[in-house]
Ligand binder design. Structure first.
Ligand code: NAP
Length: 327
């Protein structure tokens, strides 16, 4: 099939492009061109800004794709634009997020029946975009599939429990203590982008996927304690893990650096992917942190994404305060 990926050089989308190629599709990507070096050979490249809606929609209309995967649609308006851009395709796959479920989750693991109770603008806007597209599907205008990705890693900076923190890998390398929230036993689901990409690519020509939503993540869970211990071990670090209650973090001096904690990781966030694996049996995540974290950190180094943690002592001060309380 002639497949267009809106995005294609990003975190998840790089894995999608590789998988589409492996399945033998004719792949084009539409991006602004800031990361074109991440494209494998044999991919057709269309340059443009998706937010220039008129130009984006007419460029997509000229191409006559069979299917499209939209990775950078974040609002109802983006979804309406995608419906105009791809009105003739046989299948539109929209990348949504498990943040549409919010937290705390009502079921552990949560599946696609989890109620939609988003707690961030990001989650609320994705709910609205998903609804626009599913309404078009239900009206018979266009076949749509919603992919709700959970934490996907590999092509973006390695996260920690608290946030997307540019300094934390430097702290680990320098054997500085690292804060983990609560007792560290909260569960997390994650998936490497090369594994997640297979699910998107497998769905493209699958009739059973049309009109469905799927949670896309790894089938196993990890505690935050284990996650940080494994990253420590992989980077040869002796960083001590210091437990600080979530409330102290969210009300304290580190609050502005606890974006993930406030919106997701203070709760168990783990998911049942049996529906995705039923309809896309090719989706069998195998990539472990041990397989690719070093490669991910090397990429962060090359991109200059690791900041020197010596310029900032807030985490050290919070740790010192926690130790005083513990005495
Ligand atoms: N990573 C996660 O853990 C996670 C979890 C849940 C859901 N998601 C969803 O995953 C999607 C992001 O996918 P990703 O990880 O592949 O993306 P990404 O890493 O954010 O990369 C974005 C891609 O889109 C292109 N792009 C960005 N803005 C554009 C614009 N205005 N016009 C045209 N192209 C544009 C970028 O290339 P240029 O910069 O060259 O334009 C790049 O190819 C989002 O929908 C997000 O909600 C991600």
């Amino acid at each position: 099939m002639r497949v267009c990926v809106v995005g294609g050089t990003g975190n998840i989308s790089t894995g999608i492009v590789k998988a589409l190629q492996a399945f033998g599709h004719d792949v084009s990507v539409f991006t602004r061109g800031q990361n074109a070096s991440r494209l494998p050979n044999g991919i057709r490249y269309l340059q443009g800004d998706r937010h220039d809606r008129a130009a984006f929609e007419s460029a997509m209309q000229r191409e006559r794709f069979d299917a499209a995967i939209d990775m950078i649609s974040f609002t109802a308006e983006d979804a309406v634009s995608a419906l105009r851009a791809f009105r003739d395709v046989r299948h539109l796959i929209h990348c949504s997020t498990v943040c549409t479920y919010g937290g705390p989750l009502l079921s552990i693991p949560a599946d696609e029946n989890e109620p939609l109770r988003p707690i961030t603008d990001y989650g609320r806007n994705k709910v609205a975009a998903d609804a626009v597209l599913m309404a078009a599907h239900d009206a018979g205008n266009l076949a749509v599939t919603i992919m709700k990705a959970a934490s996907t890693w590999g092509g973006m900076p390695v996260i920690r429990q608290l946030a997307f923190d540019p300094m934390w890998i430097d702290r680990v390398r320098k054997h500085k203590p690292i804060i983990v929230s609560g007792d560290g036993e909260n569960l997390w689901s994650l998936c490497h982008s090369d594994d997640a990409g297979v699910a998107f690519a497998a769905a493209v020509d699958r009739t059973a996927c049309k009109g469905q939503d799927y949670i896309i993540t790894g089938p196993r869970y990890i505690t935050w304690q284990a996650y940080h211990e494994r990253i420590n071990a992989l980077l040869g670090s002796r960083s001590e893990i210091v437990h600080v209650p979530a409330d102290c973090l969210l009300d304290g001096p580190l609050a502005s650096r606890c974006g993930l904690l406030s919106s997701q990781t203070r709760w168990n966030q783990c998911y049942d992917v049996s529906k995705a694996q039923r309809d896309m049996p090719e989706f069998q995540p195998t990539i472990e942190l041990e397989d690719r974290v070093q490669e991910n950190v090397d990429w962060m180094d090359r991109q200059g994404l690791i900041m020197n943690s010596d310029v900032d002592d807030i985490e050290d001060r919070v740790i010192a305060a926690q130790r005083r309380v513990a005495l």
